[in-house]
Design a protein around this ligand. Structure first.
Ligand code: ADP
Ligand code: MG
Length: 227
């Protein structure tokens, strides 16, 4: 059975039909990238899967735990890095405090931030803040990590830091669903890619299949990233 399975998902805001009939599945250990123009429904899809929004109809079958990484980091500004990472594991998951702190230190080391546990978000670069937010998501031991444009708020140099971290997680077989505009990255890191446009999945397959697609909308979209 797939770790995550979505069948015939539909979602409207008023008379704006944002998700028209979305079906997809994600296997454990897979990396799925979702690409497509702004307004095509990518964030709404992630929000429905992660219960931030309620679909109108369709099924979402997923029993596991998830972590969510947003474009704008969403760290608590008045909490230290350590507290940002350990708060939910201790308060929500009732993890033992000592173990949660030890796990957080391990994750910070993995993110190259071992000296930042006492820092506050405003003292960190955007790339560092995003790595903290990835550590925070991992601290919940999620079955799936969802990323919604994790590098869109970062300049190219800091974008590279984050993509490197995500590649490392992919190599460790972390299951991930990644909404991204980084086409080369999506091509390299993904097992599967979905191209969404106007609330429908227009194309899906392996990176090679999707990037060599004859679909006109797919080709136009990829053409915008060619130069
Ligand atoms: P993407 O992430 O692909 O850019 P979104 O899922 O954010 O697309 O948005 C898809 C469409 O849904 C857009 O037309 C957007 O205006 C609309 N939309 C998203 N969230 C809301 C909301 N909370 N209320 C009303 N309309 C929304
Ligand atoms: Mg979006």
């Amino acid at each position: 059975m797939s770790l995550l399975e979505i069948k015939n998902l539909k979602k409207s805001f008023g008379d704006n039909v944002v998700l028209k009939d979305i079906s997809l599945s994600v296997e454990r250990g897979d990396v799925l990238s979702i690409i497509g123009p702004s307004g095509s429904g990518k964030s709404t899809l992630l929000r429905c899967i992660t219960n931030l929004d309620q679909q109108d109809s369709g099924e979402i079958n997923f029993d596991g735990t998830f972590g969510l990484v947003f474009q704008d980091f969403n760290l608590f500004p008045h909490h230290s890095v350590m507290k940002n990472i350990t708060n939910a594991p201790i308060k929500v998951q009732k993890q033992n405090k000592k173990e949660a702190v030890a796990h957080a230190r391990e994750l910070l080391k993995k993110m190259g931030l071992e000296d930042k546990e006492d820092a506050y978000p405003c003292e960190l670069s955007g790339g560092q803040q995003q790595r903290v937010s990835i550590a925070r998501a991992l601290a919940m031991n999620p079955d799936i990590l969802f990323f919604d444009e994790p590098t869109s708020a970062l300049d190219p140099e800091l974008t590279g830091e984050i993509l490197t971290v995500i590649k490392q997680l992919a190599a460790e077989k972390m299951t991930m669903v990644i909404v991204t505009h980084e086409m080369n990255f999506a091509r390299n890191v993904s097992d599967h890619i979905i191209f969404m446009d106007d609330g429908v999945i227009v194309e899906e397959g392996t990176p090679d299949e999707v990037f060599s697609s004859d679909n006109q909308r797919m080709k136009e979209f990829l053409g915008k990233f060619a130069d």
